[in-house]
Design a protein around this ligand. Sequence first.
Ligand SMILES: Nc1ncnc2c1ncn2[C@@H]1O[C@H](COP(=O)(O)OP(=O)(O)OP(=O)(O)O)[C@@H](O)[C@H]1O
Ligand SMILES: [Mg+2]
Length: 499
Amino acid sequence: MTSLSSSTTLAERQSNPQRPLVTLRGIQKSFGPTHVLKGVNFTVRPGQIHALLGGNGAGKSTMIRVITGEIRANAGDLHLQASHGGDPKVAVVYQELALIPDLTVAENIALVHAPSGFALKRQAQAALIAEEALSLIDPHLARTALFRKAGDLSMHEGQIVEIARALSTGAEVLLLDEPTANLTAAETEQLFAVLKGLAKDKGIGIVFVSHRMKEIRQLCDVCTIIRDGKTAIDARPIGMLTDAAIIQEMGQPAHRAEAQIARNDGQPVVATLTGPTIQHPIQRGTILGLAGAPEGPAHVISSLIGHGRHRDWCMTGDGWGNAPTSPRDAVAQGIGFVSGDRATKGVLAQLPIIDNVLASRRVRERRLFVGQNERSECAGLMQALKVKAGSAWDRPGTLSGGNQQKLLVARWLGLPLKMVVFEEPTRGVDIGTKRDMYALIRQMAEEGTIVVWWSTENVELLELCHEILAFDTEGQPKGFLPADRFDEDALAELTGMAA
Ligand SMILES: Nc1ncnc2c1ncn2[C@@H]1O[C@H](COP(=O)(O)OP(=O)(O)OP(=O)(O)O)[C@@H](O)[C@H]1O
Ligand SMILES: [Mg+2]
């Protein structure tokens, strides 16, 4: 089914610089009984930045894996051709991080340059390649992280290393599956400048998968929308489609146009958030956003759930007791947590979906036996977040990235918690489900739970939160922004980052 064409002459190819680098025609792919791709068409052209869009589970990552050859389609044509003939070099940033934890950053980057491992023997050379690659998007990381083990990087640093690695391969086709889901606005901006340069000056063809509408518009020229396993919109200039049209073509419910200001006026103060330079009253049912460079929010979160080294923040007040000493202790105290690193710290990969969804309930309620009503309980929670799955008994690894993310959030819904701490809970979640998640979180807050919500997406914080604690690029707290002063520019100024 793969046809690597050699039927065109060099003269023909040179006379048509717009000849596609990648062409998919009528591609079909099933996983067991699940028919995912039912005949998709897709074209990647040189110099073009192409958004590949669709709801969670639509088949975007599957298409990318077909293009890279990681999986084989059941039917259809895949056609790859470099602009100067032959096979184009294809580089990919996968949706889940794919660094080798025991190797250093330099080694991880050099690996793709010398798959035989020769570069590993030449540390100095590996370091040079890696430094050059990282300098493209993060000179600071290039200076400080080359000899750290990849396993010790934060999610966010790991993501930058992966992107740098892909960019540095000199590939003619770049496939980026939600590469910005962990990046701050400033980093995203820097990345976009590099990507635009590669497309414009070098004629690289770029495929960009994202659920962040603002970014898609900032970066992409055209978009293809996948729905029900077919191509609903094929390489349409993005300026020709409104947000509403894109959402509709994805088959997602339309949402209200105007965001309302979140309010919890008049609620009693039930806790004090204390940090190195801050003491701040927290009302019942507050949704507190954390914004800015990742270090600051990460310290708050690790203090609040008793994980890692940092203990410099705490909630105090009636009924708050001692700060948790471990995540387990936090759960025992009625504090829930969703890790931003779903692959290694969230999803229980060996257990079926139902166990993943019910994990927190079982711990909290000390259930000894799997309850009769658990099936319907699980079904209800999955339905609330529109989890797309074959069966509750499947392993989470069979779910798309966004659907795995929903499992983690579903775990805490409707529980009588004192506080729940979310690290990027909507990472990779599609536009329609994000709204559902916001509504469910608001409901938890209305029932009295304090919600701490870290997002690298400022527009999300502004839409959802009652107040936002902003950190500067040094990780220092800059102050609280109340809902009636919410504004993208104000937040950008406080965090020292572009909106
Ligand atoms: N190995 C597998 N076994 C069974 N089903 C799978 C497997 N891989 C993917 N699927 C199914 O294929 C469908 C498409 O998944 P895919 O990961 O391509 O979605 P996606 O568009 O990338 O979604 P997201 O936006 O959430 O990342 C999903 O319903 C998923 O459950
Ligand atoms: Mg995906």
